[in-house]
Design a protein. Structure first.
Length: 518
């Protein structure tokens, strides 16, 4: 079993007060009583729901050897008093696992939308250049031949450092990871030695947690403040990559402790796309750097994916990777699960499943490719119950303005009444001048809503199913039931195709012939 002397481990902290016996061997670090093994160092985290200090006695009963606390508590155990338990947790777990983020290149990607897609692009570039990439993010984590689902976009610091150390041991040379604003605000990555920080954009989301745009932006900017701060850090050149077209740009640049490479489509920047061609099955664009022009092809459609590619290209430029290799690495990314993912069962209308779950994402997916004149664009979406309420009306308005027909449905619900969520979306639809029954309907059951959209679609139409992307379950209060937008849509299309075949003249004649033969 792995263990480390408590005193040695405490070298990872810059300030603390030790109370009790320090001659202890620590076998693991845990912040949940359910994960304690004998000899654990238990971190008492004052959480949003409960206070970890209230679990201290339980932790000792389960075999905790010492506690990290933010205030002295009356228990008979070695205690380490710190100012911020989550920060201490990050520093101690980094030390416990041998400072793994110093052993690999770490590229952090933050932003409201585009993190997952950007990490897929960068992973492809890293592999192209023999870096044996590791990837950490919302959909899953991957390194070597291992791939496993994620609980969080950015794991808590205990799991993050464990994962990083496994990646290091497996020979990973570079790790690209999504860094969520929750992860930054909760100090999950404060001990991580980032080499590169990338930001896609900062728009409206998670205001339930961050309260407002400024505090959300400040959380995102922490990634750029961290860059270059680790005193023991690697000697590799550190830099930041930022979107010069985004409202966050000036603030991010003001916070970055390292040089910033910029990318854009509209304004001036280091890496700027021109001659853009958008098609529903991909796009192409050009970049001029060092007096040379490079043409890039993407299989992922939409202008927003050009932005995601540009940030990956800026990263590659900062690392001096040959652009010929970058061109093929980006062209090789076939799809990102649940992101602008086509459902193709041979039907003559387009069906897209997408993870858009905030105003900007919804706007982007509703405009990702031009609509054929005289056809309809149908959107199916809902908003999560119990999360950011302020975005619902805005999303309803966007759907009302950009779609021809909207089916409002349920997303994950957690704690709220479904009708409460739906009515707030409806306010936005009404604001956009839409009428119930004619321009929108409400079908709470998500599977039924998707089936209805498929049933309504005519030749050339676009059906967009937004909000749950790659997810395969739906949470309604405490019940988690299987639900996959993609599978439901595919099943509904197959059924529609079978029915239309049954109604067709050829099918009728063929079955008549069959009856006669019998
Ligand atoms: C809002 C949020 O981020 N909450 C996180 C936070 O929970 P919390 O502060 O409420 O913790 P708590 O439940 O009050 O518990 C306090 C302490 O007591 C401990 N405890 C609690 C109960 C018990 O029986 N025993 C015990 O030891 C807990 O482990 C914890 O250390 O700290 C917990 C432990 O680290 C996280 O698991 C939890 O993530 C929750 C599950 C979550 O859903 N987070 C989401 C919002 C999130 O982080 N999302 C971002 C992506 C967002 C996006 O871009 O879409 C992500 O990075 O995944
Ligand atoms: N650069 C971008 N700008 C705006 N919208 C985008 C961008 N990239 C992707 N999107 C939209 O956001 C959705 C989520 O994309 P992606 O998963 O790459 O972002 P994310 O930041 O990882 O989101 P999350 O953390 O919530 O998983 C996509 O399905 C698409 O609708």
């Amino acid at each position: 079993m792995k263990y480390l002397q408590l005193l040695k481990l405490l070298k990872g902290l810059s300030s603390y007060q030790l109370m009790g016996n320090s001659a202890k061997d620590i076998t693991a670090i845990a912040n949940h009583t359910g994960n304690i093994v004998p000899g654990s160092l238990f971190i008492c985290v004052p959480g949003l729901k409960v206070d970890g200090h209230d679990y201290a006695s339980q932790a000792i009963d389960k075999g905790a050897a010492a506690l990290v606390v933010e205030r002295d508590i009356d228990v008979d155990c070695t205690k380490i008093l710190v100012r911020d338990a989550r920060q201490a947790q990050a520093l101690l777990s980094h030390a416990f696992h041998g400072y793994p983020s110093r052993e690999v290149e770490v590229i952090g990607v933050t932003g409201t939308n585009g993190k997952t897609t950007t990490t897929f692009f960068i992973e492809s570039i890293l592999n192209q250049f023999g870096q044996n990439a590791g990837r950490i993010g919302t959909i899953n984590c991957r390194y070597g031949n291992l791939i496993f689902p994620s609980k969080h976009t950015t794991p808590d610091s205990i799991n993050l450092n464990k994962l990083l150390s496994e990646m290091v041991k497996s020979g990973t040379k570079a790790v690209v990871m999504e860094v969520s604003s929750h992860g930054l605000a909760q100090n999950r990555v404060i001990a991580c030695d980032f080499d590169v920080g990338i930001i896609s954009n900062v728009t409206h989301d998670h205001f339930d947690f961050h309260r407002n745009y400024q505090s959300y932006l400040e959380s995102k900017a922490l990634l750029f403040e961290y860059l270059g701060r680790d005193r023991e850090a690697k000697s590799r050149l550190k830099f930041a990559v930022a979107n010069a077209d985004d409202a966050s740009y000036d603030f991010i640049v003001s916070k970055a402790a390292v040089p910033v490479l910029s990318y854009s489509i509209y304004g001036p920047s280091d890496i700027r796309a021109s001659n853009i061609e958008l098609k529903s099955n991909g796009s192409s664009f050009e970049i001029k750097v060092g007096g040379k022009k490079y043409k890039f092809f993407l299989k992922l459609p939409g202008l927003f994916n050009i932005y995601n590619a540009l940030s990956a290209i800026a990263y590659a430029w900062g690392r001096n990777y040959q652009f010929e290799g970058v061109q093929s690495a980006l062209a090789e990314v076939q799809r990102v699960p649940g992101r602008c993912q086509r459902v193709d069962e041979g039907q003559d209308f387009e069906v897209i499943v997408d993870f858009a779950h905030n105003p900007d994402g919804l706007k982007n997916i509703l405009t990702f490719a031009p609509k054929i004149p005289e056809t309809k664009r149908i959107i199916v979406f809902g908003c999560e119950g119990g999360k950011d309420k302020t975005k619902r009306q805005i999303m309803g308005y966007i759907a009302g303005m950009l779609a021809d027909f909207t089916i409002v449905t349920m997303d994950n619900l957690y704690s709220e009444e479904p009708l409460e969520v739906v009515q707030q979306i409806e306010k936005g639809l009404l604001e956009a001048g839409r009428r119930e029954g004619l321009d929108y309907i409400i079908i709470l059951d998500r599977a039924e809503a998707i089936k209805e959209a498929i049933a309504m679609a005519d030749s050339g139409d676009q059906v967009i199913i937004a909000g749950k992307g790659h997810e395969t379950t739906q949470t309604i209060y405490k019940q988690v039931k299987p639900l996959c937008d993609w599978e439901i849509a595919a099943g509904a299309i197959q059924m529609k195709l079978r029915n239309s075949l049954k109604n067709s003249k050829i099918y009728y004649l063929a079955s008549l012939q069959l009856q006669q033969d019998c």
